[in-house]
Each structure stands twice: as structure tokens, then as C-alpha cells.
Design a protein around this ligand. Structure first.
Ligand code: PGA
Length: 249
């Protein structure tokens, strides 16, 4: 019922030439793939080239971040209108690295979510606990708080395009993956919170991805969990063969 989405977060990696080489190798590997949606999230300087390369393909392209304002005096930032004009269709919002290194709060995440929805850009809202929170037994509370604050003021109707990515911070870039059972348990908490906020129907159709050290050899076990509707992949998405293998989990 929920079509899985397999997303590549390239973070601050690749030159335009490297992105082009990735596309040349990757697109043929997944050209016949229809079971899952595929999306790439390159850094802003690569977007034009990657969008051009992905034209007429089954691969969507989005941004890793947007500003909440549509335009303005915000040096170094990228607006949703600029991204849309370029042909980007998705954006990550509130990735843990944005929260951790760029002081993004739940309130900023909420503003960005409204901006993305207003302009028809599919938002992937990232949530997840840090290790100390998990060890203190606070995971459920943290996830509920992040989801509730991110979704503030969003109606059930407006929420339909939203995708959530559960990314336990202790699993990102560490090689330490949540077990499928741990991930599924967090996904159940998140889905129940969405149901409480927006109703059972919206919650049942909302895709919740898992992210954090997803690799070709653990993708099947994770994504085949009933609760897990795809993956947000960092390190293992940088090589065409590796990301294609995850897409074809
Ligand atoms: P990772 O990153 O796959 O390298 O752990 C995931 C992410 O940060 O989205």
C-alpha cells in the first residue's frame, strides 16, 4: 500500500564531474526498476546537473535543505522557489546534521515544512534520538516531541505528501545500524504520534523511512519490515553499484 522510497543523501560530497559520472553509471542500473521510488539529494551546486541528467528517468532529485523564507537577505541559503524553478521535487528537512551543526530547532523545522508544502515540494522530515537519549530511555518522548513540533499547524489534508525519516543519530555514519526490530519499534511510535495528531488514515498512508548506516547487506532486513517504508542512505549512496544494490534490496 505504501510505495517504498529509497533516497540518497550525498551530503557535502562530489564535484559536478563526479556527480555526472555517478548518473551515467547509476541510471542504467535502475532504469527498469518500478517497485520503489528513487530520489537523490545532492548539494545545491550539483542540483542543476543532476536534474538535467535525471530528466525522463525514474529518479527524482531534491535538496538537502531549504530556507523557510521564499526569498530575502539570507546569505548562503537556498530558497524553495529557486529549487522549484530548477526542477527539484523533494527536500530533506531537519536532518540531524542540520540540527546538530547549524542549530536547527523543531520550530525552524516546522517553518520549513510549511514552506515546502505550500510550494508542492515533497518534504522528508528527519527525526531521531541521540545516543544519550536512547540510553536514558527517552527515545519515545524525543520522537513524539520532534514529530509534534514539526507538524504544528499542518492539517491532515496538507500533510499527505509528507515523508518522515527516522534516523537515530547514533547510527548515522557510524556503521552501527539499528536492528530491524529497534527501527520498527521507533517507526510504530512515530506512526502512532502522526495518528494522534492527524488521524489514522493519514498515519496509515504516511511513509516512514529508516536512515543510519544502511548498506546493501542490511537493506533487505530493514526495508522488509512492515513498518519501514524505505531508506535514507548516506555513505552507501555515493557509489552507483552500492546505491543500486540498496534500491534493489
Ligand atoms: P549514513 O547517513 O547512511 O552514512 O549513516 C544517513 C543520513 O545521514 O541520512
Amino acid at each position: 500500500m505504501r510505495k517504498a522510497l529509497i533516497a540518497a543523501n550525498w551530503k557535502m560530497y562530489k564535484t559536478p564531474a563526479e556527480a555526472k559520472a555517478f548518473m551515467d553509471a547509476f541510471l542504467p542500473l535502475v532504469a527498469a526498476h518500478t517497485r520503489d521510488e528513487i530520489a537523490l539529494f545532492p548539494s545545491p551546486v550539483l542540483l542543476a546537473a543532476v536534474i538535467e541528467a535525471a530528466k525522463e528517468s525514474n529518479v527524482a532529485v531534491g535538496a538537502q535543505n531549504i530556507h523557510f523564507a521564499e526569498e530575502g537577505a539570507y546569505t548562503g541559503e537556498t530558497s524553495v522557489l529557486q529549487l522549484k524553478a530548477l526542477g527539484a521535487t523533494h527536500t530533506l528537512i531537519g536532518h540531524s546534521e542540520r540540527r546538530q551543526y547549524f542549530a536547527e530547532t523543531d520550530e525552524i523545522v516546522n517553518q520549513k515544512l510549511h514552506t515546502a508544502l505550500k510550494h508542492g515540494i515533497v518534504p522528508i522530515v528527519c527525526v531521531g534520538e541521540v545516543l544519550a537519549e536512547r540510553e536514558a530511555g527517552e527515545t519515545g518522548g524525543v520522537l513524539k516531541r520532534q514529530v509534534t513540533r514539526a507538524f504544528g499547524g499542518v492539517t491532515a489534508e496538507a500533510a499527505k505528501p509528507i515523508v518522515i525519516a527516522y534516523e537515530p543519530v547514533w547510527a548515522i555514519g557510524t556503521g552501527r545500524t539499528a536492528t530491524p526490530e529497534i527501527a520498527a519499534e521507533a517507526h510504530r511510535i512515530i506512526r502512532a504520534e502522526v495518528a494522534r495528531l492527524l488521524g489514522a488514515e493519514v498515519a496509515a498512508s504516511m511513509r516512514i523511512l529508516y536512515g543510519g548506516s544502511v548498506k546493501p547487506d542490511n537493506a533487505t532486513a530493514l526495508i522488509s519490515q512492515e513498518e519501514i517504508d524505505g531508506a535514507l542512505v548516506g555513505g552507501a549512496s555515493l557509489k552507483p553499484d552500492s546505491f543500486a544494490a540498496i534500491v534493489k534490496y
